[in-house]
Write a protein that binds this ligand. Structure first.
Ligand SMILES: C[S@@+](CC[C@H](N)C(=O)[O-])C[C@H]1O[C@@H](n2cnc3c(N)ncnc32)[C@H](O)[C@@H]1O
Length: 303
């Protein structure tokens, strides 16, 4: 048998299990966290099957085209490109959200903000049965994940969403269509509350603004530092620039019985509460994420 034929046979006969083992080792050497899981998620995406199905397919040989495609995926992940940029989507509150380099990849801790938001709106809705149509605002919508989750979970509400990035809004609109809520969402391009008409009022304002102190950005993992958009991360010298602005501006856009819910960074709870209280907000509740760190506050206007 010629060397080329041997090589060809070897290449065609690489199985799912072998590919998983080799790629896991490669990614671990590149310091990718949870290398085995990441490998399996990439391979399941490539083969268009649920991850668990891989376990029933360990002996399946990959075709040359599949192997070539997978090598590209693993190479990109080894260069610390986020998994979600390679697969093109991220899961948020059970929704498949399209992402690219123009939007922050939705984070699991932000699901807490979405859940708190829809629970509040659903309580209002049943209380005023049927009542006027409720509306919510998402400032800094990015991929649209929060606005869309609210619209999906509260089928009677309208949601306005603002972002300073036109490219992010293109993705958010795509996601709204994908989840069948586009007709209840409006998108505004601009700088925070300045993008809205004066006199507009909402029952709920949610925001997961950029809150990383500028000097910390260089210390972040490459997946975040080099791939999430800078305007989605950078919160100014102390990370609190946007909170100061929202604290001063948001009240005039909130109904008297409404709530504002803000995600903030680890360790910022006291500072964010203080600057809100200085602007006459009452912080009702501070909630912890799944690792028990305070990451979300619920505030109302002091009337
Ligand atoms: C941390 S990301 C959050 C994205 C999305 N809401 C989420 O939770 O995944 C912050 C978003 O705020 C947007 N943003 C930053 N400054 C803004 C401003 N001044 N006005 C409106 N949007 C802004 C960024 O473009 C980015 O999409």
């Amino acid at each position: 048998m010629t060397l080329n034929l041997k090589l060809a046979l070897y290449i065609v006969c690489v199985t799912v299990l072998e590919v998983i083992q080799r790629s896991t080792q490669f990614l671990a050497e590149k310091h990718v966290e949870s290398a085995r899981l990441q490998t399996e998620l990439l391979l399941a995406h490539l083969l268009d099957m649920p991850r668990m199905q891989l376990y029933l397919s360990f002996d399946r040989a990959l075709t040359k085209a599949e192997l070539d495609g997978f090598r590209q995926f693993v190479k990109r992940r080894g260069q610390r490109e986020p998994l979600q940029h390679i697969t093109g989507s991220a899961s948020f509150c059970g929704l498949d959200i399209v992402v690219n380099r123009h939007v922050l990849i939705p984070r699991p801790e932000t699901e807490l903000l979405a859940e708190s938001g829809w629970e509040f709106l659903n309580r209002l809705q049943t209380g005023s049965n049927p009542g006027p149509q409720l509306s919510a605002l998402d400032v800094g919508t990015g991929s649209g994940c929060l606005a869309i989750a609210l619209a999906v979970k509260c089928p009677a509400i309208r949601v306005d969403a603002v972002d300073i990035s036109a490219e992010a809004l293109d993705i958010a609109k795509q996601n709204a269509k994908r989840h069948g809520v586009a007709e209840r969402l409006r998108f505004f391009h601009g700088d925070g509350f300045n993008a809205l008409a004066a006199g507009t009022r909402f029952e709920l304002i949610v925001s997961n603004p950029p809150y990383i102190p500028t000097s910390e950005i260089e210390t972040l993992e490459p997946e975040v530092r080099d791939h999430d958009p800078r305007h989605a991360l950078d919160g100014g010298p102390d990370g609190l620039d946007i909170f100061r602005r929202w604290a001063a501006q948001a009240a005039q856009f909130l109904n008297a019985t409404g709530r504002m819910m803000l995600e903030f960074g680890d360790g910022q709870d006291q500072a964010v509460c203080e600057l809100l209280e200085k602007q006459n907000w009452i912080v009702e509740n501070v909630l912890a994420d799944y690792t028990q760190r305070p990451r979300l506050l619920i505030a109302r206007r002091a009337n």
